[in-house]
Design a protein around this ligand. Structure first.
Ligand SMILES: C[S@@+](CC[C@H](N)C(=O)[O-])C[C@H]1O[C@@H](n2cnc3c(N)ncnc32)[C@H](O)[C@@H]1O
Length: 377
């Protein structure tokens, strides 16, 4: 059984694998929405702190076959020692996902697993851990497919896209790990400005600035799941943390630029950038895509314009896309422009031909990440 699994959004596995190799993991094995790898706990600490693309890092525990609740209970009770991950004074949570199995109610799967965990710990230690859905110390995931179950414990805690700097967001913010993955997919070399013409709460630019500074994405988080485990080694964690801090740069010879029409959202973007410690590197300005001009001589544009998911939105947005098209063609000649779009019709209104296309998922929405090289006059 592989030792660890890194999950991410569908469409980001290739980017994740590249990143894992850069972070010192050998031979990660790609899946539909993540990658397996063999490594040690120091690797797990480092990836939790440093992976920008990962959603979670899971430790697979056991795999087994069960056709009813008693079998499931017995398999778990007998074959997994939970004392390594959970103490009686801690709280825990179970997420079950079951498909095409004899036990079809995933709540029942979660309940039998919970009984096995609680009974094992109570029989061993005399007291039992409680379940907490809101802020559990430890999270278990059980997946069932055609009666084959796999159980894993979460080493991350809160999902890793929650970096700790974005406490406020505007409309339809990107998850931070998706923003980081898009920046990686643009092949940006961390040496020229990135401009976002519809920057919202600033996610793309904040992630890019942290990347250019080599600031670990988890630097502002207060806790990680693995810190609650019995075998947690604080000295190893401190070493991992210190090494990451040593590798940080203090400043950059260029800036990032964010524009949006919504002043309130821009204020949030500024606050988020300050919390992330990169506000000195980003200039945010209220400006419409219709009138914006390049704020610097050389750079790339990465944007996530509004998609219009509600009925009636699309008509209003057609004008925004036409304005965007005009601005890019007339003022950004010679620039590479990357657009994340969840709406094929609106993107058609740009009347530009993409030179590259990736499919990625923004939550449940299938989107395209498109590259346009705007012709120089
Ligand atoms: C999908 S959101 C961007 C979210 C952003 N990537 C984030 O992570 O927070 C689209 C943004 O486009 C902005 N917008 C809409 N029309 C605009 C226009 N004409 N010019 C500039 N920005 C516009 C909205 O205010 C909104 O913040």
């Amino acid at each position: 059984m592989p030792q660890f699994f890194v999950s991410t959004a569908k469409g980001l596995s290739d980017t994740l694998v590249e990143e894992l190799i850069e972070l010192g993991i050998s031979h990660p094995r790609k899946t539909n929405a993540g990658a397996f790898f063999d490594g040690n706990w120091e690797d797990v600490y480092r990836l939790n702190l440093c992976s920008r693309v990962a959603s979670r890092i899971l430790k697979p525990l056991i795999e087994f076959i069960a056709y009813d609740g008693d079998e499931l209970y017995n398999q778990v009770y007998k074959n997994q020692d939970f004392s390594r991950y959970l103490r009686p004074d801690q709280t825990f949570m179970i997420e079950a996902n079951v498909k095409e199995s004899k036990i079809h109610d995933q709540r029942y799967v979660a309940m039998r697993l919970k009984d096995a965990i609680v009974d094992q710990i109570r029989n061993d230690k005399g007291t039992r851990p409680d379940v907490s859905k809101d802020n559990p110390d430890v999270r278990f995931y059980i997946k069932g497919y055609k009666n084959n179950y796999s159980l894993a414990v979460d080493t991350s805690g809160d999902s890793l896209f929650m970096r700790g700097y974005r406490l406020e967001a505007g409309e339809a913010p990107l998850k931070e790990n998706l923003a980081a993955a898009l920046i990686r997919m643009s092949d940006w070399k961390k040496d020229i400005p990135i401009v976002d013409l519809t920057c919202g709460s600033g996610t793309i630019l904040i992630e890019a600035a942290m990347m250019a500074l080599n600031m670990a994405p988890g630097m502002h988080r207060k806790t990680f799941g693995f810190q609650k485990f019995d075998g947690y080694d604080e000295n190893v964690w401190k070493e991992v943390l210190e090494k990451a801090i040593e590798e940080e740069k203090e400043d950059l010879p260029f800036k990032f630029y964010g524009f949006d029409t919504d002043r309130k959202t821009l204020q949030k973007a500024k606050t988020n950038a300050r919390r992330a410690g990169v506000d000195h590197l980003i200039e945010f300005r209220a400006e419409d895509v219709a009138t914006v001009r390049p704020p610097c001589e050389k750079g790339i544009v990465i944007i996530n314009p509004p998609y219009g998911t509600r009925l009636g939105d699309e008509d209003n947005l057609r004008d925004v896309y036409r304005d965007l098209s005009f601005t890019l063609k007339t003022r950004f000649a010679g620039w590479d422009v990357f657009i994340l779009s969840g709406n094929k019709d609106l993107i058609g209104d740009l009347k530009l031909k993409a030179s590259r296309k990736h499919f990625v998922y923004n939550g449940p929405l299938e989107c395209r990440f498109l590259k346009y090289s705007i012709k120089a006059d």
